[in-house]
Structure formats: C-alpha cells, structure tokens
Write a protein that binds this ligand. Structure first.
Ligand code: C5P
Length: 230
C-alpha cells in the first residue's frame, strides 16, 4: 500500500474520476472526506475499492459513545483501510469506536484526530484551551487515544516525534498539512514538506490541493511521492 494518500476533495464525483483516470490504471491510495461521502456514499467506496484503491475514509466521527459505536460498525462494513474519529470525543467514545470497528467486516484501523492542522495557537485560546500549548494538548490527546487502544492519530508533522516518545514507535501517526511550496498554505497553519514528514517519523501523509489543483496532477503526485520516499 502506498503511504501517501491523495485527498479527493473535489466539487463533483465526475471531477474525482477525471482526476483518477489520468493515472491510467495506477491505483493510488486515496482519502475520501465528508463532501464526497455525503455526495455519493457507500457506492463510491465500493467503486474505488473495486478499482484497486486503498481507501482512507476521513469522516472524523464525534458524538456520544453509543452513536459513534453504531456509526463505526456501519462504516467498518465498507472496504476501507483507515477511518477517523475525533480524539476530543474522549476515552469512552474512542473505546466505543473500537467496539464498533470490531463488529464490522473490514476492520479498518482507527485513527483519532488530535488538533486539526488548520488550528493555530490563537484558535486554541478561543476554544478555551488557555493554559495549554498546541504541542501539549496534541500529546495529551494522543496519549489518551493510545490508552484507549486506537491504532494511531492524525497530527501535524511538528508533533510526531513527541507523540512517538509519549506512546510507542508502532503507534501510527498520519500527517496532513503537507506542502512543498512553503508560500502556499491554503487554510493550513502547521505545514511541512514530505521529506520533513519522513525525517520527523510520520508513518502516513495526506496531500490534497497541491496535487489535485496542480496543472499536471500526475507529475505533481510523483514529485510529492519522490520527496516522501527519498
Ligand atoms: O488540501 P490539503 O492538502 O490541505 O488537504 C488536507 C486534507 O487532510 C483535507 O482533506 C483535510 O480534511 C484533511 N485533514 C487535515 N487536518 C487534519 C485531519 C485531516 O487537513 N487534522
């Protein structure tokens, strides 16, 4: 499985397939987010899996434990490899997500989102995390997720090493906010290049707009992949 997931954040399902068709039979690993899932649902997931894509379903489930357990069970009946829930839902919710996953057919790995990579220190203050830094709150959430028994977390590249130290090396850390062109942040605040992600021990990376909006998306995908692998 390729460990670089391309976020298919398009305005329509048609655009999504136009993009994938440019890879001429190469089944890249893909991330499906809320927009595409709400538009085309389980059919899209089945279709992508049949085309050989490994799928990361990024729905960031966050609700009371019982509701999350029921939802994750349903989603675990889809042919997906990874599924996200929000660490902020708490320990009991994370354990409920694992129970739901264990009842489904496909047993995706559960990743808990710590702080979004679009969150800045200022936003953290607005959200009421007044006494705690971004790094400390991310590590705290990651430790809780580890203790709950999930497979890994989503965090920024800048926190990966501290998370590995606080948990263990086999605890998966997936990092979005990846940019080779440092001047183009979009709405991401805490960014890094694929190479920096590798150096900081990220296990998986997600790249969206820099690839899907590129003039030559296939070429750009290869460029990101090379930087990540080398
Ligand atoms: O276009 P870009 O590379 O910024 O896309 C990053 C993708 O990763 C988006 O689909 C976004 O929803 C997702 N993501 C993120 N930060 C997280 C978790 C997921 O940016 N903490």
């Amino acid at each position: 499985m390729e460990t670089l997931f391309v976020a298919l954040d398009f305005d329509s399902t048609e655009e999504c397939f136009d993009f994938l068709n440019q890879f001429k039979g190469q089944s890249i690993s893909v991330k499906i987010g809320m927009a595409e899932y709400f538009r085309s649902g389980a059919d899209m997931i089945e279709n992508l899996a049949q085309r050989g894509h490994h799928i990361f379903l990024d729905l960031k489930c966050h609700d009371i434990p019982n509701t999350v357990e029921l939802a994750v069970e349903q989603l675990s009946n889809l042919p997906i490899k990874y599924l996200t829930v929000h660490a902020l839902g708490g320990m009991t919710m994370l354990k409920a997500a694992i129970n739901g996953r264990n009842k489904g057919r496909f047993h995706p790995k559960i990743l808990a989102v710590t702080q979004l990579t679009s969150t800045s220190e200022d936003m953290l203050q607005q959200l009421g995390f007044k006494e705690v830094s971004m790094t400390d709150s991310t590590i705290q959430l990651a430790k809780m997720a580890y203790d709950a028994g999930v497979d890994g977390v989503v965090a920024s590249v800048h926190e990966v090493e501290a998370i590995k130290q606080a948990t263990d090396d086999s605890f998966i850390v997936l990092t979005p906010g990846i940019r080779m062109e440092q001047s183009i942040h979009d709405d991401q605040h805490r960014i890094a290049t694929p190479k920096q992600a590798k150096v900081h021990q990220s296990d998986l990376i997600v790249v969206g707009r820099p690839i899907i909006k590129a003039k030559e998306p296939v070429e750009m995908y290869r460029k990101y992949l090379k930087d990540w692998r080398d």
